[in-house]
Each structure stands twice: as structure tokens, then as C-alpha cells.
Write a protein that binds this ligand. Structure first.
Ligand code: FAD
Ligand code: TPP
Ligand code: MG
Length: 606
């Protein structure tokens, strides 16, 4: 190592790690191979913990779970060729849900690029549509500036994945390392809208004219860190709040203004409220098709205000009346005082106070509307699951509900993170686990990636070791990445694994039941004995078939000192309800068939 002007000359590999240290990285998730070996050789000199995954898809999902749980950038690392292509599903998962991860791949030497060299693949070409940006570093002096820019791009504006491909000779060569000089130009956000803009005034007019407003609370609330501002806004103007799947936890489920999840498997009264609203305030959500149902019939009476950081989302799916482009927190902090002033010129500032629901001086205009929604909801919880007598059957909904109740009873709700896989169990989790706190649900929404839960749970546990972390997966999806059980043991992580085992690719079976004449083509799935599989990894476990055994086993898992796997043998042909069939409008929900013992008790159908 030679010094020049106090800046050391390092190898490209050393620059890679030194830059990550400078960016505050303490853990990376990866798997070595030829084209990245120089970097692995240099790793021992730097204070970075490397988690050796069992498949590079796991590395990308772990980086993603780490980012969702902490708000920090997750880092995945792989070799060229098959190592790099194995990252692809994880990168796409992060892209569609706007998760900040940086993926670093080794590449063949710059001298042989383009020659179909051993394990050469054009990974920047492959990942162009599924990254926010990507880079190829062919010289050691490229590495620090490219990595630093990658971190900036991943985190700024609408977050997302960035890939940096580094040739082997760039890792082996040397260059001066100057962390500060490698800094990218400052991020220039989309011009912040001004308080006096016409759009702001139009938004205020629409709010003042509305008697039936609904806030659509999305994932952008979490990215923006605007959780408190949204609660204050909803309380101040007494606006009920519907939440997307990825927005769950951004607004406390027990808040009196919280309606619950909207969309395909959302609560019926939530969807009815949206269809009857005269104003929708979309906060950091992108009107996904699972959320809108048939667009032609979506919220026909509602004016729409969209607060969104990415201009390309405006009018993409739903035409809106007002678009307020910018970071949600900043926009709300600009908008609210103006609404206050327009409503009551003498009022104190929005930032200074937030009024409690039902307080004397809160505007009253929406009270009738809240009453109307409460009537839709009925006078009891819609699904009377907790009070259902134990009829000898074990339902997935019971299991999820009991995991939630157990965490609540233990006073651990704010320290419980659930990573789900994709399918029926994912929807039951969204319905029956009431998320009170931000970043407590980690789930693949947009891509719906099976195999996500176990590695994402590992990333979350490493980001938040203080939390109880649950992986809730179906018997199908769990088998896609079950090899990461070995990573859990190697890392000595206390992760709770719940396999919701219904013997089927359940969500597929449900669609076949509803739309393909019960032709269960290739949806029954055989599984190994998951408890024995866990034991083979050195992880204890239990088979549960009776509801009475759920809570004690959940407690045993949560309070134990190592990872634990519970195989819940649940009812095989249960369905997720309500459900909106493809092409139907948001209010055209299919209800649970009456014959099923799991009744939805309230009069929530209108
Ligand atoms: C089997 C299955 C069933 C599903 N069913 C449902 C369902 O019933 N209901 C449901 O809601 N979802 C459902 N989903 C999920 C659905 O596909 C979408 O992933 C989800 O609705 C997207 O939520 P979102 O728009 O809040 O989040 P994202 O897709 O992450 O969009 C967030 C938006 O916020 C913006 N943003 C980011 N940062 C900021 C900021 N700082 N300020 C302002 N804006 C910002 C982004 O640009 C983006 O437009 C289902 C998924 C699966 C796999
Ligand atoms: C990688 C991947 N392949 C296929 C699908 C399509 N798919 C969505 S849900 C589902 C069934 C999931 O079955 P399981 O993991 O057992 O969960 P369950 O629905 O039974 O709760 C399938 C195959 C997917 N989302 N992801
Ligand atoms: Mg299943």
C-alpha cells in the first residue's frame, strides 16, 4: 500500500470493500466464484461481515429483506455468469417494490469481454430493465465512484436496485483511493412544488368540497418516513385510511381511522368505501391492478389527488385530478398548513399539533361518512375467528391469528417482523396479522416471488437482531429456497419458521377451483417431512395439527434460543375471501361460501 497525498494506493478489490465501509455497510450477502475471487481475497482486511448464502437468489432476497426491515441499503455479491444470473429474480423483486439494494458482480477480465469467455454473461444487459441503473467497472479507478453513485441512486427519489459489474482485472489493478473525491454530484430531486402552485390550490379546493374522502396509504409512506405525518393528516381532517398490501404497518391497524387492506383480497367495507368515496387521496401508492380491480369502474364518483415521487406513475393506471409530485412527507408538510389556513385562517400550524380523533375542534364534515363506513363494517369483526369453537380443523387463518395474538400478549408486537412468501398464506397474513408498526411486514407484492420469505427473514433478522422474526411460508414456496436453513445455522440466527402446509400450491388451487372447473392440474404438491428437514440442519421443530397446540408452540419457538420450524398441517382446500375475480369491479367481491365453517359474521355485504 503506497501513500500519495495521504490517499493510499489500493487494489480494486480493496477499493471495493473500503468504499462499502465508507458507505456504512457492515454486512453483505454473497457467494464466491472465479471472477470475484480477488475481492473475496481482500475481504479479510475490512470490518464487513459476509453471510455465505446457499444460492445467489437468497443473497438478493436477504439484501432486500435487510433493506425493508431497516431502511438501509442491502448489499448482495456474486460471481460472473451463473452467480450473476441467479441474482436476477431477487433484483426484479426489489425493482418492482422499489427496494434499495446494491448488487455487485464479478466479471471476466476486460481484455476478454465479448469473447464468450468462461462464465462470461452480459449481466448489465440482462438486468437493464430490472435495475434503476447499472454499471460496468473495467478499471480500478472506476470502482469507488461507481459504487458511491450506486448507493446514491439506490436510495434517492424512488428507491430501487442498482448493479455494479466489476471485471477481474479491475479488481486486481491498483489506483489511488479517495473516498470523498469519489462522491457523486449531489442528488437533484424533482423540483419541489411550491406552496402557491395551482395544483396545491386545486388539492385544497377538492379537500374542502369533499364529504366522503378516503386516504389510500401505500408503500411510499414507509420510503418517505412519513408515518407520523399521515397519522396527523388523517386525524386532523378525520379521513379514513385504506392501506395497500405494501402499506400495511405504515398506518397503525388499531387506529380508529384505519379501515384495513384494500383490493383483491381486501376487506369488503374498505373496497365499498373506495367505490363510494367522493375524494381519494393516494399517498405513495401506484394503483396496482390488485388494488383497483376493473379500471373502468374504479371509484367512479371520486376526484383523485395523487401524491407521488415518481412522475411516471401519474395517470399511468388511474387518471387523477391533481398530481402533487414530490416526497410524501415534504408534500404533506407543505399542503397541510395551506388546508388549515383555507379552512380556518386562525388555526395553529399543522406541524405543531395533531388533533386526536373526535376532539372538539376537529373539522366535522366527514363524521357522517365515518358513521356510514362503520355501518358497512358491521358491529363485529368481520371474521369471528377468535371466537370460533375449535371444531378439530386447523385453519391457516387460525395459525396466523394466533401468532399475532401471541406476540401481542407478550408485548412484542412492535418488535415482531413477519416475512411472508407468496400465495394464500400471504393473504391470510395480511388479513389476520394486524400490523401496528412500520417495517414489520416484509412481503413481495409486485412480483409475487415464491421462495422470498426464508431469505428475506434472514436479511431482516440481521438488520434487526432485537426483533422476533417469523418466516411464514407455504409448503410450495418454502421448498424453493429451503436450502437457506443451512445459512441460518451457519449464522446462528434465531428465526421462527412457520410452514403453512396445505398440500397444495394453494393459491393456484383456489383459482383452479373458481375459474378452471376444479381441474387441479399440477397444484397438489408433495413435501418432505419439514421437521425432519429442519432437524437435518440442526434446527428443532414441531408438527402441529390441532389449534390448541398452536400458541404454546409459537411461544416455545419465539422464546427459545435457536431457530425453530413449525409445520402447521392446515385444512387442505380452504380459500382466501373476499376475492375479486379478474376483470370485476372493486365492489364485486366473491364471498366465502356459506358451507364453510369459517364464517364471516358481520353484515359487511351491501
Ligand atoms: C397473491 C397476491 C395478492 C395481492 N393482493 C393484493 C390486495 O388484495 N391488495 C393490495 O393492496 N395489494 C395486493 N397485492 C400486492 C400488489 O400486487 C402490489 O404490490 C401492492 O398493491 C403495491 O402497493 P403500493 O402501491 O403501496 O406499493 P409500491 O408498488 O411499492 O408503490 C409505491 C409507490 O410509492 C411511490 N413512492 C416511493 N417513495 C415515495 C416517497 N418518498 N414519496 C412519495 N411517493 C413515493 C413509488 O414511486 C410508487 O409509485 C397482492 C400481491 C400478491 C402477490
Ligand atoms: C417463483 C414463482 N413461481 C410461481 C408462482 C405462481 N404462484 C403464485 S401463488 C402459488 C402457490 C403457492 O403455494 P404455496 O407456497 O404452497 O402457498 P399457498 O398458496 O398454499 O399458501 C404459485 C405457484 C409465483 N408466484 N412465483
Ligand atoms: Mg401450500
Amino acid at each position: 500500500m503506497t501513500q500519495q497525498n495521504h490517499h493510499p494506493t489500493l487494489t480494486g478489490s480493496e477499493i471495493l470493500w473500503a468504499t462499502l465501509v465508507g458507505e456504512g455497510v457492515t454486512t453483505v450477502f454473497g457467494y464466491p466464484g472465479g471472477a470475484i475471487l480477488p475481492a473475496y481475497d481482500a475481504l479479510r482486511k475490512f470490518p464487513i461481515h459476509h453471510v455465505l448464502v446457499r444460492h445467489e437468489q437468497g443473497a438478493a432476497h436477504m439484501a432486500d429483506g435487510y433493506a425493508r426491515a431497516s431502511g438501509r441499503v442491502g448489499v448482495a455479491i456474486a460471481t460472473s455468469g451463473p452467480g450473476a444470473t441467479n441474482l436476477v429474480t431477487g433484483i426484479a423483486t426489489a425493482m418492482i417494490d422499489s427496494i434499495p439494494i446494491v448488487c455487485i458482480t464479478g466479471q471476466v477480465s476486460s481484455k476478454v469481454l465479448g469473447s464468450d469467455a468462461f462464465q462470461e454473461i452480459d449481466i448489465t444487459g440482462i438486468t437493464l430493465p430490472i435495475t434503476k441503473h447499472n454499471f460496468v467497472a473495467t478499471r480500478p479507478e472506476h470502482i469507488a465512484p461507481m459504487l458511491r453513485e450506486a448507493f446514491q441512486i439506490a436510495q434517492s427519489g424512488r428507491p430501487g436496485p442498482v448493479l455494479v459489474d466489476i471485471t477481474k482485472d479491475a479488481q486486481q489493478g491498483t489506483a489511488l483511493f479517495n473516498f470523498d473525491e469519489a462522491a457523486p454530484a449531489p442528488y437533484r430531486p424533482h423540483p419541489m412544488l411550491r406552496a402557491e402552485s395551482a395544483e396545491m390550490h386545486r388539492a385544497i379546493e377538492l379537500m374542502r368540497a369533499s364529504t366522503k374522502p378516503v386516504i389510500l396509504a401505500g408503500h411510499g409512506i414507509i420510503h418517505s418516513g412519513a408515518e407520523r405525518e399521515v397519522v396527523a393528516f388523517a386525524e386532523r381532517y378525520q379521513i379514513p385510511v385504506a392501506t395497500t398490501l405494501l402499506g400495511l404497518g405504515a398506518f397503525p391497524a388499531s387506529h380508529p381511522l384505519a379501515l384495513g387492506m384494500m383490493g383483491m383480497h381486501g376487506e369488503s367495507w374498505v373496497n365499498h368505501a373506495i367505490q363510494q368515496a367522493d375524494l381519494l387521496l393516494a399517498f405513495g401508492m401506484r394503483f396496482d391492478d390488485r388494488v383497483t380491480g376493473n379500471l373502468a369502474q374504479y371509484a367512479p364518483n371520486a376526484k383523485k389527488i395523487h401524491i407521488e415521487i415518481d412522475p411516471s406513475e401519474i395517470n399511468k393506471n388511474v387518471k387523477v385530478d391533481v398530481a402533487l409530485i414530490g416526497d410524501l412527507k415534504e408534500v404533506l408538510n407543505t399542503l397541510a398548513p395551506l388546508v388549515d389556513f383555507a379552512t380556518n385562517p386562525g388555526a395553529s400550524s399543522f406541524a405543531a399539533s395533531s388533533r386526536r380523533v373526535g376532539s372538539q375542534d376537529a373539522p366535522n364534515q366527514t363524521t357522517d361518512w365515518l358513521r356510514e363506513i362503520r355501518n358497512m363494517k358491521g358491529d363485529a369483526a368481520v371474521r369471528d375467528i377468535i371466537n370460533l369453537p375449535d371444531n378439530g380443523h386447523l385453519y391457516a387463518a387460525h395459525v396466523i391469528n394466533d401468532i399475532w395474538q401471541e406476540a401481542k400478549a407478550a408485548g412484542r408486537l412492535d418488535k415482531t417482523i413477519i416475512a411472508t412468501d407468496v400465495g394464500q398464506h400471504q393473504m391470510w397474513e395480511a388479513q389476520y396479522f394486524k400490523h401496528e408498526d412500520t417495517r414489520t411486514l416484509i412481503t413481495s407484492g409486485g412480483l409475487g416471488t415464491m421462495g422470498y420469505a426464508l431469505p428475506a427473514a434472514i436479511g431482516a433478522k440481521i438488520a434487526r437482531p432485537d426483533c422476533d422474526v417469523w418466516c411464514i411460508a407455504g409448503d410450495g414456496g418454502f421448498q424453493m429456497t429451503a436450502a437457506e436453513l443451512s445459512t441460518i445455522v451457519q449464522e446462528n440466527l434465531h428465526i421462527n419458521v412457520a410452514v403453512i402446509n396445505n398440500g397444495f400450491l394453494g393459491m393456484v388451487r383456489q383459482w383452479q377451483e373458481a375459474f378452471y372447473d376444479k381441474n387441479y392440474s399440477c397444484s397438489p404438491i408433495l413435501s418432505p417431512d419439514f421437521v425432519k428437514l429442519a432437524e437435518a440442519h440442526g434446527i428443532p421443530g414441531a408438527h402441529i395439527t390441532k389449534r390448541k397446540d398452536v400458541t404454546p408452540t409459537v411461544t416455545k419457538s419465539r422464546t427459545g434460543s435457536s431457530a425453530f420450524l413449525i409445520n402447521f398441517a392446515v385444512e387442505k382446500e380452504d380459500g382466501v375471501y373476499p376475492m375479486i375475480a379478474p376483470g370485476s369491479a372493486l365492489h364485486e367481491m366473491v364471498r366465502r361460501p356459506q358451507k364453510d365453517p369459517l364464517l364471516e359474521t358481520a353484515e359487511d355485504e351491501i
